[in-house]
Design a protein around this ligand. Structure first.
Ligand code: SAM
Length: 492
């Protein structure tokens, strides 16, 4: 097997480490504080037959032993009540300890487990920039931001080594690409032996990313470096190189109290690291019955020698985010509230942007626009100039609300709400039209679909009946979750 054999001298309990690698890894989930509480989530999942054990270091995290169905295939997951995140992967954000109203950068963010965790811990208040250069992985990041309903996240697509400067960040997470040896339990590929060249090549990228992270932080700001690999070349050696090169501008700090793991290495294969390296943390699979992780928490004390190499921020024009005409925003909001009988407070406190034919809403007052910007907040409307494809009376005539607008901002809907049961919902999700629920007073046009008391997205009513307006991928996922849950209920 066992490229990992070289770690025998440094792992605290080799037999436990080995045994953990060959055991299946239990699932862990993180309750989304923006949608639920850990207690409510636990009750709801236990009602489905899941057994949840809270993590000792974070009440929002639960281990699930022997899940009756994959937790990611439940309706609650689809609704954004939790994120499937392994226990060790939750630790870097606990080390970062972001606060509401701060400016936080996640330099290597996709698929967004930590970006969304940061936004949750900030109560969705402040700015979280989630950056990644990989277009396909960015789609997963966006899907997670939308599903979990975080409005404080701006997503950028850029090589993190070149991410442009602007107002400095209070905190920066550099969750670097790595050889992922800590994922061996999940991915057999991670079990193959890594060559010294591979570690070296990644270490060069990791060092450049960490340097950039430090350059983008403010003086006094916190930078957390993390990987999911055991290789000291990608962990302590990277932190050591950056701290030494910073010449006093960066200091290693202890992690917050109560986090698991063992101290970072003082030396490896002849190299000696700065003595403070013991303040960094190694988490091995047997510590939390999870994957592996390495975490270093740094504080920027002064500009590092490389800070003056930052290209300036491209300024406000960048990607073409436009502030829409206030009259358009008013018409959209009035139309949305009227249509669904929402109180005047619905959608309050959001800032709107137009890009392409779409209207986005974010809590960010200060969106860091630039050519790399992909999204800010959540897409709420699609403008359909001229003849609307889904005409609806009133000011919404030429704009279509997204299903995420309904899911995240229309739970108090009192008008044009169609309550559907599982049978009706399955039919809608399969693309069929159904007769509208008899009891509901529905006008033709946009309708809020509600299932088990929760508004789940957009429907549309016309002379031929009611049909789903959920995007295809989301509809397929919800259908799969409903069928899984149904099979669970019917199981003997
Ligand atoms: N933080 C993510 C999470 O919690 O979901 C996981 C990040 S993963 C360990 C590392 C990420 O680094 C990958 O998504 C990869 O696309 C990204 N990456 C690779 N090269 C990069 C670069 N030059 N700049 C920024 N990110 C990069």
């Amino acid at each position: 097997m066992f490229g990992l054999e070289r770690y025998r001298p440094i792992v605290d309990d080799w037999e436990a480490f080995r045994a953990a690698l060959f055991r299946p890894q239990p699932a862990t989930i993180r309750a989304n504080a923006l949608k639920t509480t850990p207690e409510a989530l636990r009750r709801a999942l236990e009602a489905l037959g899941f057994a949840l054990t809270p993590a000792p270091f974070d009440p929002a995290l639960f281990t699930i032993d022997a899940p009756p169905i994959p937790p990611g295939k439940t309706v609650l997951h689809w609704l954004g009540h939790f994120y499937v995140q392994e226990a060790a992967a939750a630790l870097p954000v606990l080390a970062l300890a972001p606060e509401p109203e701060e400016r936080v950068l996640d330099l290597a963010a996709a698929p967004g487990g930590k970006t969304t965790q940061i936004a949750e811990r900030m109560g969705d208040r402040g700015l979280v920039v989630g950056n990644d250069p990989d277009g396909a992985r960015l789609q997963s990041l966006l899907a997670n931001v939308y599903r979990l309903g975080t409005t404080a996240v701006a997503v950028t697509r850029q090589d993190g080594r070149r991410l442009s400067g602007g107002r400095p960040f209070d905190r920066v997470l550099v969750d670097a690409p790595c050889t992922a040896e800590g994922n061996v339990r999940r991915r057999a590929g991670a079990r193959r032996t890594r060559s010294p060249g591979e570690h070296r090549r990644l270490a060069a990228l990791q060092t450049a990313l960490l340097e950039r992270g430090v350059a983008l932080a403010r003086d006094g700001g916190v930078v957390v470096y993390s990987t999911c690999t055991f290789a000291p070349e990608e962990n302590e050696a990277v932190v050591d190189a950056v701290v030494r090169k910073a010449g006093g501008a960066v200091r290693i700090e202890p992690l917050p109290e109560g986090l698991p793991g063992v101290p970072g290495l003082e030396a490896w294969e002849g190299a000696r690291y700065v003595p403070e390296m013991v303040l960094t943390r190694r988490i091995y699979p047997h510590h939390l019955d999870s994957g592996g992780m390495y975490i270093a928490r740094l504080r920027r004390l002064a500009p590092p020698p490389w800070a003056d190499r930052l290209p300036p921020s491209p300024g406000a024009r960048g990607a073409g985010l436009e502030r829409p005409d206030p009259a358009l925003v008013r018409a959209l909001l009035d139309g949305f509230r009227d249509r669904f009988g929402l109180p005047p407070t619905a959608l309050e406190g959001l800032t709107f942007f137009v890009r392409g034919g779409d209207v986005w809403a974010t809590r960010l007052a200060d969106v860091p626009d630039g050519p790399e910007l992909v999204a800010a907040g959540i897409r709420l409307f699609r403008l359909q100039p001229g003849e609307g494809k889904m005409p609806s009376p009133g000011p919404l005539r030429n704009a279509k609300p997204t299903s995420f607008a309904l899911l995240h901002f229309a739970q108090e809907a009192r008008a044009n709400v169609a309550d559907v049961d599982a049978e009706a919902l399955l039919a809608l999700l399969e693309g069929r039209r159904i007769a509208p629920p008899a009891a509901a007073a529905l006008e033709r046009g946009f309708v809020a679909l509600r299932f088990r008391g929760t508004v789940i997205g957009l429907g549309h009513l016309d002379a031929d009946g009611l049909r789903s307006g959920l995007p295809r991928g989301r509809a397929e996922d919800l259908r799969a979750a409903l069928l899984e849950e149904r099979a669970l209920h019917e199981a003997p």
